[in-house]
Design a binder for this molecule. Structure first.
Ligand SMILES: CC(C)(COP(=O)(O)OP(=O)(O)OC[C@H]1O[C@@H](n2cnc3c(N)ncnc32)[C@H](O)[C@@H]1OP(=O)(O)O)[C@@H](O)C(=O)NCCC(=O)NCCS
Length: 183
């Protein structure tokens, strides 16, 4: 594998141009989604974005999906719950899938980080028009992988009540994007 790839801007999945069939990240549900289901998934349910490069047209290095969700105020720490607890549930953005092709996981290319930052940046931009408390992820664990620490390193906090769910508040997002000089 060469390290000399020029990434294209992350874009919406286009089944006519992007080769979904060979994508594999080692987590079956994420592989089946992109290989078989993404084509039929209604754009009203989720949007899927892919990372490709100019040297290997069509090859998907990784992908993520976004949709809207609700975050239970019971999942937030007490000091925040005190302020917004009366709403029960608050609007949030769901990072419903995130996957790097097995070929490029933990490589110098930092595919997962590139995708995550892009998903965060996109969610932040949208939150200026449609309010969102933050980005929510339901962490997919398998006997061989647990990406919890991957999310924690970017500031995601584990939900208080819902097991395996984590969130990144928009105010933390702002700091992260400022540090990355993206805003
Ligand atoms: C989790 C996943 C998206 C990470 O993508 P990746 O391309 O391997 O990650 P990157 O190479 O961009 O890593 C960025 C940093 O996170 C670290 N990291 C990557 N995966 C990690 C993990 N599982 N736990 C802790 N740290 C991790 C890397 O070591 C790197 O750290 P560094 O700054 O010290 O060098 C990828 O492993 C994957 O697709 N796994 C299978 C599918 C999956 O579990 N998806 C998440 C569903 S919720």
């Amino acid at each position: 594998m060469t390290d000399h790839f020029t990434f294209n801007p992350i874009e919406l999945l286009d089944v006519a141009r992007h080769n979904r069939k060979t994508f594999s990240c080692g987590v079956e549900v994420l592989d089946i989604f992109i290989q078989q289901k993404a084509r039929r998934e209604s754009p009203e349910l989720s949007r899927t974005f892919v990372l490709t490069c100019s040297e290997l047209p069509g090859e998907i290095f990784g992908y993520y999906s976004l949709s809207a969700t609700r975050l239970s105020s019971n999942d937030l720490p007490d000091h925040i719950k005190k302020k917004i607890g009366q709403y029960g549930a608050i609007p949030a953005t769901l990072l419903s899938r995130l996957a790097t092709s097995s070929k490029y996981q933990n490589s110098k290319l930092r595919v997962g980080e590139t995708l995550l930052i892009d998903a965060i940046h996109r969610s932040y931009r949208v939150s200026h028009d449609v309010a969102s408390y933050g980005i929510v992820v339901d962490i997919l664990k398998s006997p061989t992988s647990d990406p919890t620490k991957f999310y924690e390193r970017y500031g995601f906090c584990l939900c208080v009540e819902t097991p395996g769910r984590a969130y990144l508040p928009m105010h933390t997002v702002r700091t992260l994007l400022e540090r990355a000089e993206l805003i």
